[in-house]
Design a binder for this molecule. Structure first.
Ligand code: FMN
Length: 279
């Protein structure tokens, strides 16, 4: 930028942060909702301050406003307040301390048990229920609901982080939370106010051309753009996490060994055991 350039617009700054680039002038459709979405960042350190009264109810109303496949509403959520349960959840999730620290912790469930109970009380059998499709519907429903809660929380000035590591041991969670068959924890969610030292920067994403395809899937530019993104994420990680890693490193570390799955290599049989036959 030279001295006569005008200051970058809020939109240009938000897009630059999201993609790890310099601000470029842009005139995209824009409003406060989109600005808030682009500001998202996960936070892994929370102050003990409680969230304002009524926050949970607002977040759940937002979650219930998400689309849900055929209006089946195949998800539920458990607020966990018991410190002993929080500690056990943190431990099974590779000792993620924010699970204990955050003022509000939610466990999101793929849940077809309510539909099973409905059928039982009507004396009906749900032949469509034992299929993989139904588990997928329930997991998608839970994710869409939770993401609406995240968007609502961030719009209220709160921060969040999802906890997929709950899938390290869904059987223990099912016992702990007394889940019926047909209900399984798919991820957790920490909500609260960040500690000042945990206030994260926006983490850059892949260039849009890598994920957006038009009429046909194309990988022509993928390698070059991955190299570009590797450099951007390496810069980000140096600034934020004080250990330089590229996206390529991160993907390989996360997926190249079974050990890195932290027990989730057994997930298919666990899901079946929790009441989703996955036919
Ligand atoms: C389903 C899901 C599970 C996740 N599980 C964890 C987790 O167990 N621990 C954690 O620190 N972050 C977790 N994350 C957060 C991701 O690491 C994070 O979203 C990603 O690195 C991008 O960073 P950002 O959210 O700050 O943009 C999870 C995210 C999703 C969507």
């Amino acid at each position: 930028m030279n001295a006569i350039d005008p200051p970058a617009s809020a939109q240009a700054l938000a897009l630059a942060a999201r993609y790890g680039t310099e601000p470029k002038s842009s005139q995209l459709p824009w409003n406060d909702v989109i600005a808030s979405l682009l500001e998202h960042r996960s936070v892994r350190g929370y102050r003990p301050d409680p969230v304002p009264p009524g926050t949970l109810e607002t977040l759940i109303a937002a979650a219930q406003s998400a689309a849900t496949s055929s209006n089946l509403q195949t998800w539920s959520v458990v607020e966990v307040t018991d410190p002993a349960k929080r500690a056990a959840l943190a431990e099974l999730a590779n000792n993620q301390k924010h699970i204990v620290e955050c003022p509000l912790f939610l466990v999101w469930l793929a849940d077809v048990s309510r539909n099973e109970r409905l059928a039982a009380s009507e004396g009906k059998t749900l032949e469509g229920l034992p299929y993989f499709e139904t588990f997928l519907v329930a997991a998608i429903d839970a994710a869409l609901a939770a993401q609406n809660a995240v968007v609502a929380a961030e719009a209220l000035g709160l921060s969040t982080v999802y906890i997929g590591a709950l899938r390290n041991d869904p059987e223990r969670i099912a016992k702990m939370l007394e889940l019926p068959p047909g209900a399984m924890a798919v991820f957790g969610l920490c909500i609260g106010y960040p500690k000042p030292e945990s206030a994260a920067e926006v983490k850059p994403r892949l260039p849009q051309e890598v994920v957006l395809h038009r009429d046909r899937y194309s990988t022509t530019k993928e390698n070059d753009l991955r190299a570009t993104y590797d450099a951007r994420l390496e810069e980000f990680s140096k600034r934020q996490e004080m250990s330089a890693y590229t996206w390529t490193d991160r993907v390989i570390n996360r997926l190249s060994t079974i050990k890195a799955l932290s027990g989730r290599d057994r997930l298919k049989s666990i899901v079946v055991g929790l009441g989703f036959p996955l036919r």
